[in-house]
Design a protein around this ligand. Sequence first.
Ligand code: ADP
Ligand code: MG
Length: 378
Amino acid sequence: MKLDAKVLRYMTPEDFRVLVAAEMGSKNHEVVPSSIISQIAKLRHGGSHKVLSELARRNLVAKVQHIKYDGYRLTYGGYDYLALRTFCQRNSVYSVGNQIGVGKESDIYIVANEEDRQMVLKIQRLGRTSFRTIKSKRDYLKNRKSASWMYMSKLAAEKEYAFMKVLHENGFPVPEPIDQSRHCIVMELIDAFPLRQIAEVADPGKLYSTLMNLIVKLASYGLIHGDFNEFNILIRENGDAVLIDFPQMVSIDHANAEYYFNRDVECIRVFFKRRFQYESLLYPKFKLDTERQFDLDVQVAASGFTKEKQQELEMFQEEEGQLAGELGEDANRRSDEDDDEEESEEESEEEGEEEEEEEENEGVQESKEVPVSIGKLS
Ligand code: ADP
Ligand code: MG
């Protein structure tokens, strides 16, 4: 969905009270009974009823007919506004500008604070593509009540923020993490293009070893990126690489660590061969090149993003990936096929990629919209 920041300006304190009540209620109810919402919001039934209808009209909650009772469910729209309001109250975000990316699992916006510092807002949208299918196919919620899109997206944002924080503190080339609330994070805007969009580099060999060294350095700090590809590596004008997108990071003690490590290495090898016709016999090997010296994975766990949360998120990601595989669409990993013009001869080698086009994340999109001030909220 599109984030319409203007809506936020027309939200009354009562609107937010009811929205917060719907959020709180949804911790225990998949569909929150209207009576519980009024109770939490401390509004008379008639009062909250009117507000709820209005919020439903604006798609911030959705009315659901439950077997036993009528109630409401918070929508992604409503969840977005709750997070935005928190950012406003903490003075981390003041205005919302253009959307610069649409991934299958996230939306990326430019935002600014009151001092006009531009930043990036990343909104996690887990389960956007396949959660409904998972739910109907496997009766997912019956066994794992907490596995809602809202909770999983929040876990993904918490995880990304926690990892970005320790990586940044330890001098890794990642954006500076600025704030996190619910399923959203705010981070430094990197003035760079995804490697995916770079047609030529001055010295492919140098960039290749920088990236391989980064994989090895991460491992020596106890971590594997898990999605180390041309979409998640930004290249600055001066050639420096910046790493983004961490919801799938794992510890090198993870049961499948070697698999993830090799997959990251392979992504870079394949990409460099295709894009820059660069191949090297030298590439890191898990058994030889990973020697733990620091324990950022332990630091992340200590920072509040616990092992349990990590496992919960992983279970969901695996399940979603599996199901996507069964359905023939890869929800977790984007195609490594390049649909650029210059690669047309390779396109025939792999089929069935066309349908991914519109959903693929192409980075910066042209847009003429001017940033909308969301103003101060209470
Ligand atoms: P997803 O999980 O959907 O892949 P990413 O974190 O990889 O989301 O971001 C998607 C795209 O948004 C990136 O490929 C990049 O073009 C842009 N982007 C994300 N974070 C930043 C940032 N901090 N600075 C600049 N561009 C960014
Ligand atoms: Mg990405």
